[in-house]
Write a protein that binds this ligand. Structure first.
Ligand code: 1FH
Length: 219
């Protein structure tokens, strides 16, 4: 199943990399305001995902992928405190695309739990793969001091990201799922990629506004 997930989402990955906000992010053009919206949305996404895995800890399939060392909620809380300030909880809100994403995670946690595997794969394996590159870019783009605002990318309880990914893939392969279920999970992973893209697209609009505002203010 791990191979089918990788092959089956390759195209979605390429598409996601090509969203304007991400292209700019990769070039190092991102402001703190847009970035805190980005991380803020992920606070709600990971909260829903991790709540789902907590509730389903005893589930015969989903319970086998219970790895709290992957969880991002508390690291994102640290980053939001840095970017937004101590009162971030009263200001940070999920965007419309974020609400769709969160609702989908809640719905499948309730009605079709095996599909949560697709969401964990898309985010966590992605975080473990591209995270270190994104961390460097974020630090450089926003001129962040060492160790500030990048907790999102640090897996303190996972010393070897590559080894952990291998273990995780092996665990997915050992779930013993039938082909119909695997196909449904691959389809859900592509939907997860699409919802990520929708989040990035929203930010693209916000980012353009921020840049216009900056330009205006410096005239
Ligand atoms: Fe990725 N990704 N990713 N990625 N990614 C890799 C593998 C995965 C980037 C780099 C890499 C996203 C984004 C970016 C996944 C999900 C998501 C690998 C490793 C690299 C180097 C390939 C390997 O091991 O052979 C970069 C750079 C990104 C920014 C442009 C977003 C779209 C994630 C989904 C939401 C997943 C699931 C994998 C694992 C594949 C596998 O099964 O092996 C990214 C795009 C990040 C936009 C932020 C914004």
């Amino acid at each position: 199943m791990s191979v089918q997930l990788r092959e089956g989402t390759k195209q979605s990955h390429t598409m996601a990399e090509n969203v304007g906000f991400i292209k700019c992010f990769l070039k190092g053009v991102v402001d703190k305001r847009t970035y805190s919206r980005y991380v803020g949305n992920f606070y709600f996404v990971y909260s829903a995902l991790e709540e789902g895995f907590t509730q389903l800890r005893q589930h015969p399939v989903v319970g086998k992928l219970y790895y709290p060392e992957l969880w991002r909620k508390s690291s994102i809380e640290q980053d939001l405190a840095y970017f937004v300030g101590p009162n971030w909880r009263s200001t940070v809100q999920p965007s419309p695309a974020c609400q769709v994403y969160v609702e989908r995670i809640r719905e499948i946690a309730k009605n079709d739990p095996v599909l949560l595997v697709a969401h964990a794969y898309t985010r966590y394996i992605g975080d473990l793969s591209g995270g270190q590159i994104l961390k460097k870019i974020a630090r450089r783009a926003m001129d962040l001091p060492e160790g500030e605002g990048t907790a999102f990318y640090d897996f303190e309880q996972i010393p070897h990201e590559g080894k952990f990914k291998q273990r995780y893939r092996a665990q997915m392969d050992a779930l013993g799922l039938d082909q119909v279920t695997i196909d449904r999970i691959v389809a859900e992973a592509n939907y997860a990629f699409k919802m990520n893209m929708d989040l990035f697209k929203e930010l693209e609009g916000n980012w353009l506004l921020s840049m216009a505002r900056l330009t205006w203010n410096s005239l």
